[in-house]
Write a protein that binds this ligand. Structure first.
Ligand code: 2AM
Ligand code: CA
Ligand code: CA
Ligand code: CA
Length: 268
């Protein structure tokens, strides 16, 4: 994608993201219609639905040849990453949205033939927009984010949730326990997109998650890339944007140790 096309789609995407966020803020205290999906704690609301519909309708009207991968069903069923693809999570952190009325984000990535060109993560209630265009740096609102600094492993903070320490099918719990005792601390924000934004901002040094969909990570990958961060699956292989993956995004200075000494060693 050339710079001119990237800039024009970026401006449009940003306008829609800010508009969708404004609508959510204006309706934040309205009564919610909440349903469940795969299990009783997997929540979805009419706001997730309405927000995704807003994007899908606008994208299909404005760019009839663009494609959409998204969580709530208004996207396309894709078997390849060819073309210009919008990868959208209308509300990332729905449980936070329902229980906290904050700490959720709109996540929009635009990919061209599988390459991440644009990433937008909007922390709606804080009114903070993380953004990046491939090769042009990452920003928190108007401020450019610096390249990630050198970080030692034992001074790192990792974004991960308790599922890694419970019985699971991916990595030995003992190895994960050794990991959380070795690093400085752990955090769990409840929004994959905001965890990626946290890695890009350098307020956490890595984020790992067991089973995450393309719309959770598409924007984040572009933003983290632009500050020198690295994203792979949990075992160091390339992420497949057409399916769920266990994902690791981090400061490059802790990547090798994290993958080789923990993830691969503990792999079941
Ligand atoms: P969501 O709020 O858009 O569903 C919570 O730790 C993070 O994991 C959020 O980014 C959340 O996205 C995502 N998530 C929630 N339920 C999930 C599920 N069943 N499978 C995979 N990811 C999920
Ligand atoms: Ca969901
Ligand atoms: Ca999500
Ligand atoms: Ca969602």
């Amino acid at each position: 994608m050339d710079q001119e096309k990237r800039q024009s789609i970026y401006l449009q995407a940003k306008q829609w993201v800010l508009e969708a966020g404004k609508t959510i803020r204006s309706r934040i205290n309205d009564p919610l219609t909440i349903s469940t999906k795969s299990n009783p704690n997997d929540l979805v609301t009419t706001m997730d639905d309405d927000t995704e519909y807003f994007f899908a309708k606008n994208i299909k009207q404005t760019y009839p040849d663009h494609l959409i991968i998204s969580e709530e069903g208004y996207g396309d069923e894709l078997e390849s990453l060819d073309g210009t693809i919008w990868i959208i999570d209308p509300i990332d952190g729905t449980m936070n949205f329902v229980h906290q009325k904050r700490n959720f984000a709109i996540s929009v990535g635009v990919y061209q033939d599988g390459i991440g060109e644009i990433g937008l993560i909007y922390d709606v209630m804080a009114d903070v927009l993380y953004s990046a265009k491939r090769g042009e740096g990452a920003f928190k609102n108007q401020t450019r984010l610096p390249q990630l600094p050198e970080k030692s492993f034992h001074e790192s903070i990792l974004g991960l949730n308790h599922f890694w320490l419970c019985e699971n099918s991916l990595v030995e719990e003992k190895v994960m326990q050794r990991l959380v005792k070795t690093v400085r601390g752990t955090r769990a924000y409840g929004s994959a997109a905001l965890e990626f934004a946290g890695v890009a901002e350098g307020i956490i040094d890595g984020y790992m998650t067991m089973d995450i969909a393309p719309w959770d990570i598409a924007a984040g990958i572009v933003i983290v890339n632009e500050v020198g961060g690295k994203t792979t699956n949990a075992f160091g292989e390339q992420v497949n944007m057409l399916q769920k993956n266990p994902v690791l995004t981090c400061n490059p200075s802790i990547q090798t140790e994290l993958i080789e000494d923990y993830m691969k060693k503990g792999k079941k």
